[in-house]
Design a binder for this molecule. Structure first.
Ligand code: TGC
Ligand code: FAD
Length: 400
């Protein structure tokens, strides 16, 4: 049988695009169940509204509890702390589904799970774990992670926030900037340098303590459906029992390793959303007499999106299995974060382009995802920082 250039076959289904290499068959029943229940929630309850939330700079106050009810917070932690004891692959799949909705929603989940619950679980005393982990898992309490400062972002070692021991307490003073969930938080993980010996220490700081305040950053053109704040700590006193049992930059950087892992998965959700949206749009958008989908350059753009995201999915999948085996070295995580953010951002930019004028409105998801992903490329280590981590790995020389 001969075919002509105008012959038409059925386009790939959503499912085929999302899982071009059939990774689904490698997940166990629990991983698939978690993925599917989050998918249903995001598609039913986030996607119909998130364009409006984003436009109006709104992160709905009831979302943390909704996430908590679904068991989405602290997924990998033991059940006695409100977690599900699930695999890191399940956590990755969850992030991907949430970010299919919006990077700001995934940021909330990442910060709560990887940057707040993780350090309390890994480095907090038993009483701190019992006091905070169940509340954070249920979404009754919100947490934030204060590492970055106005003059210390890529180089957190330059932090100016100070702590000093006074009897059985620690007194903390400083400013933290760009803090996700900052003004919503009941508890903050705060990193500070000890005035006595310059050691970096971490503290669990209840945000209703005297001297603590938070002010939102309202001028964002990215991550608009997410709360981002500046934290002010003016001689905030916490008991020694609130100090985390870890010293040095290793403390905060080990938390980042968890969150960056989740981001390497999450951004694929945003990227695949953009690919699906663009593929559907060009299918019935006539330009110069035929649908855009029939133009070679348009197909090349879609093929690049699919290839970049599919390679990212394979990378995330294998990194998950390495993490479960304790082999998620920081350099591997840096490579995955860098590559997958690049692939997702490229897909979002290409989708926005293919949507033409419609692509600049929030009636479609592409521009929202694209602008959000600009922040994702900056936070949790910029593209440059991860490039330099890999350069150090290859050459053995620091070039920061
Ligand atoms: P360096 O000398 O390399 O390391 C100091 C100590 O830390 C250990 N380490 C790590 N441990 C675990 N995971 C990692 N990724 C680690 N990287 C380093 C290291 O072994 C060493 O331990 P020890 O025991 O020998 O002392 O530190 P450096 O000062 O040279 O810094 C290296 C650099 C530039 C890579 C690091 O500072 C860095 O990653 N900078 C980027 C900062 C960053 O990513 N900030 C993110 C803030 S939080 C955020 O953005 C949340 S966004 C919201 C959301 O997630 O959704
Ligand atoms: P800088 O470090 O000043 O970097 C500016 C530019 O210089 C970048 O392009 C960078 O790649 C480049 N650069 C840096 N070093 C080098 C070098 N050696 N060579 C060449 N170029 C270099 N932080 C938290 O602690 N908690 C949070 O919850 C949190 N949430 C965030 C949410 C959002 C929406 C955003 C935007 C940021 C958030 N951050 C958070 C902060 C984030 O981690 C920092 O913005 C990030 O680490 C970069 O720091 P910076 O903004 O100070 O940029």
């Amino acid at each position: 049988m001969t075919t002509t250039s105008s012959a038409r076959r059925a386009p790939a289904s959503r499912r085929t695009l999302q899982d071009f290499f059939e990774l689904d068959s490698l997940y166990d029943a629990e991983e698939r169940l978690i993925r599917d229940s989050v998918r249903e929630f995001v598609r039913g309850e986030i996607l119909p509204h998130v364009g409006e939330w984003w436009l109006h700079g709104d992160f709905p106050a009831d979302l943390p509890r909704r996430f908590g009810e679904l068991g989405m917070l602290g997924l990998t932690l033991p059940e006695r702390f409100g977690g599900a004891g699930a695999s890191y692959t399940a956590y990755g799949l969850l992030n991907r589904e949430v970010e299919y909705g919006d990077s700001g929603m995934r940021s909330f989940v990442s910060v709560q799970s990887s940057l707040v619950m993780h350090p309390i679980h890994a480095y907090g005393s038993e009483p701190l774990q019992e006091a905070w982990l169940p509340l954070l898992a249920s979404g009754e309490a919100v947490g934030c992670f204060g590492l970055t400062e106005p003059d210390a972002g890529s180089d957190p070692g330059a932090m100016r926030t100070r702590c000093r021991r006074v009897g059985e307490e620690w007194v903390i003073t400083g400013v933290k900037r760009w803090i996700t969930s900052g003004s919503n938080a009941h508890v903050a993980i705060v990193w500070a340098r000890d005035e006595a010996d310059e050691t970096v220490r971490g503290f669990v700081v209840e945000t209703d303590r005297d001297g603590f305040s938070a002010v939102d950053i309202k001028t964002k053109a990215s991550m608009r459906a997410s709360v981002t704040s500046e934290l002010y700590l003016d001689e905030v006193a916490v008991p020694d029992a609130n100090r985390l049992a870890v010293e040095g930059l290793r403390g905060p950087l080990s938390c980042l390793n968890q969150a960056r892992y989740g981001i390497a998965w999450g951004v694929l959700g945003a990227g695949f959303y953009c690919l699906e949206e663009a593929a559907a749009y060009v299918d019935d958008r006539p330009v110069f007499g035929t649908p855009l989908a029939g133009k070679q350059l348009v197909q090349a753009s879609l093929a690049d999106m699919l290839a970049g995201l599919t390679k990212g999915a394979l990378l995330a999948h294998h990194l998950g299995r390495l993490k479960e085996a304790g082999k998620d070295t920081p350099a591997r995580v840096s490579l995955a974060k860098r590559e997958n953010v690049r692939a997702a951002l490229a897909a979002a930019r290409a989708a926005r382009d293919l949507l033409g004028g419609n692509g600049i409105t929030t009636e479609y998801g592409a521009i929202r995802h694209m602008l959000n992903l600009e922040a994702v490329a900056t936070y949790e280590g910029t593209d440059t920082v991860h490039t330099l981590v890999l350069g150090r790995e290859i050459t053995g020389r620091e070039a920061f």
